[in-house]
Design a protein around this ligand. Structure first.
Ligand SMILES: [Zn+2]
Length: 294
C-alpha cells in the first residue's frame, strides 16, 4: 500500500504538482493551490468549532482567551514580515475548552485553535504558549497544511488529482476533495523535515515577538512528561518529539537571543471577531447559531 502511494505521489510530482518552497528550498507536493487550501480550511474551521461554540466550550474563559489572543497578536507581525502577503489572511485564534486534549493547530490561512488541556496540563507559561503557537503558525507559513492536503487528495483521487485541480471542468470535484482534506491536514503527522522547518521558523517568530527562546526547550520537556503520564498528548501524535528535536532547538537558542533581547517596540496585529460577540450570538439564537464570528 505504501509503495503504491509513493508511486502515485512520484507520478503526481512528475505531472507538475511539485514546487520548491522559496523559504526552505525543499521540494513540496503542491497539487492544490494555496488559495484553495485556505478557502476550504476556513469552512472546515467553522465546522470544527461550531459544536464547541454551541456547547459553550469556545472562548468561555475571558482571562484565558485574552492571554492567548495577546500572545497571538504579537506573533503575527513577525509572521507577516516573513511572508508579506499573509497580511491579508483572515487570522484568527480560538480557545477550545477541553481539559483532556493537549493540542493546538493552525490551518492554511492562519486560522488557529489551542485546547485548554495544553495550557493547564503543561502549566504553560506565556513564553511556552508562544512557542506552541509560533510553531503552528510556522507550519502555515511554510505551506505544510497545503502539502498535507495535496497528499490527502492524491491518496483519495490518484494521479487524476493534478488534472482535477488544474482543469476548470472539475472545479466541483476539486472543491469537494479539498473540503475533506482540510480537516485531515491538521490531523496527520507532518514529515520530520516539515517539523524541523516549523521548529526553526517558530522559535524565531516567538523570539521576534519578544518571547524567550529557552521556552522551546522547556515546552518539549513538559510535553514529554505529559505524554508519559496517563494524559496522552494529541500534540505528540501529530508532532513526534524525539530527543534530537529538543537538542536542535537548544542549539538555536543563542542565535535567537538577539531577537528576544531587542529593545525595540513589538508591533501588535489586532485580531477581529471578539469572543464575547460570538458567544452572545450563540446564546441569543441557540437554534440557529451564527457561525460567522468563528
Ligand atoms: Zn509541528
Amino acid at each position: 500500500m505504501k509503495k503504491v502511494l509513493i508511486s502515485i505521489v512520484v507520478a503526481a510530482a512528475l505531472l507538475g504538482g511539485c514546487e520548491t518552497n522559496p523559504v526552505t528550498g525543499r521540494k513540496q507536493l503542491m497539487i492544490l493551490p494555496e488559495e484553495t487550501a485556505i478557502e476550504s480550511s476556513a469552512k472546515a474551521y467553522t465546522e470544527m468549532l461550531t459544536p464547541f461554540q454551541q456547547a459553550g466550550k469556545l472562548d468561555n474563559n475571558p482571562a484565558v482567551t485574552a492571554r492567548v489572543v495577546q500572545i497571538t497578536e504579537r506573533l503575527i507581525p513577525p509572521a507577516i514580515a516573513y511572508r508579506p502577503e499573509t497580511k491579508d489572511w483572515a487570522w484568527s485564534v480560538k480557545v477550545i475548552d477541553d481539559p483532556k486534549v493537549v493540542n493546538a493547530w493552525c490551518m492554511a490561512g492562519g486560522k488557529m485553535a489551542i485546547y485548554t488541556g495544553l495550557i493547564n496540563q503543561l502549566q504553560a507559561t506565556d513564553d511556552e504558549i508562544a512557542q506552541v503557537m509560533g510553531h503552528e503558525i510556522a507550519h502555515a507559513l511554510a505551506k505544510h497544511q497545503t502539502e498535507q492536503m495535496s497528499r490527502a487528495v492524491v491518496t483519495q483521487l490518484g494521479v487524476n488529482a493534478v488534472a482535477i485541480f488544474t482543469d476548470a471542468r472539475y472545479a466541483a470535484m476539486a472543491q469537494q476533495a479539498a473540503a475533506g482534506a482540510a480537516k485531515v491536514a491538521i490531523q496527520l503527522p507532518n514529515s520530520r523535515e516539515a517539523e524541523s522547518e516549523a521548529d526553526r521558523i517558530g522559535i524565531e517568530l516567538a523570539a521576534k515577538a519578544g518571547y524567550n527562546p529557552k521556552a522551546a526547550v522547556t515546552l518539549w520537556q513538559k510535553m514529554a512528561k505529559v505524554s508519559g503520564s496517563e494524559g496522552k498528548s494529541d500534540f505528540l501524535s501529530t508532532h513526534p518529539a524525539p530527543e534530537k528535536r529538543m537538542e536542535a532547538l537548544g542549539e538555536l537558542v543563542p542565535q535567537m537571543m538577539p531577537f528576544y533581547q531587542d529593545k525595540a517596540e513589538r508591533p501588535v496585529f489586532k485580531l477581529k471577531a471578539s469572543a464575547p460577540a460570538a458567544q452572545s450570538t450563540a446564546r441569543a439564537a441557540p437554534s440557529r447559531p451564527d457561525p460567522a464570528p468563528i
